[in-house]
Design a protein around this ligand. Sequence first.
Ligand SMILES: [Zn+2]
Length: 167
Amino acid sequence: MKRVCAWCNTHLGEVTSDIHNEHTITHGICETCLNKMFGSNNIDFVPFLNSLAAPVVLIDDNNTYLSANNLALAVLGKEREKLQQNRTGDIFTCENSHLDGGCGHTDKCGGCQMLKLINDTYEDKDNFDHVPVTLFQKKGEVRHKLELELTTEKVNGLVLMRIDNLK
Ligand SMILES: [Zn+2]
C-alpha cells in the first residue's frame, strides 16, 4: 500500500497495514510538513500553509479560525485581518453564523456536516479524505448553496482542513 502525504503530495513509500486493506493509498501528514509547520517555534503558520498547493484552513479548538493560506482566503473571499476569533461558519459565510450564539451554537447547527467532521477529527475517529459537505451561504439577501469536499487531519491538537471541489 502506498503512503502519500495528504498535504504536500510527497510519496512516502510503501506501508503495511492490516487495518486499511481495502485502500490502495493511505494519507497522513509527513515529517517534512510537520517540521515546516512547528519547527520554527513561532506561531506563524502562514509560510507552511502557503507552501501547499490547495486551499487550507487551520482550525483551533473550540471551532475557531487560527490561520489560512492565501488560496483559502481567495476561494472564501475573506481578508486575513478580519478573521481573528472567527468560527468556521463565519469563514464560510454560513447563513446560520449570524444567528444567536454564533456558529456551532444556534438552533440550526445540529445537523451541520462541517461541524461533525471537525469534531470527529478532534476525537481521532478517522482520517477524513474528500468528505462531501453542503452548506448554505447568505450574502445580503442572496442564498447560495455551497458544495465542497473537505480533507482533515488532526495535528498537535489543531485541525488542518483542505477545501476541494468547491462549487
Ligand atoms: Zn507533506
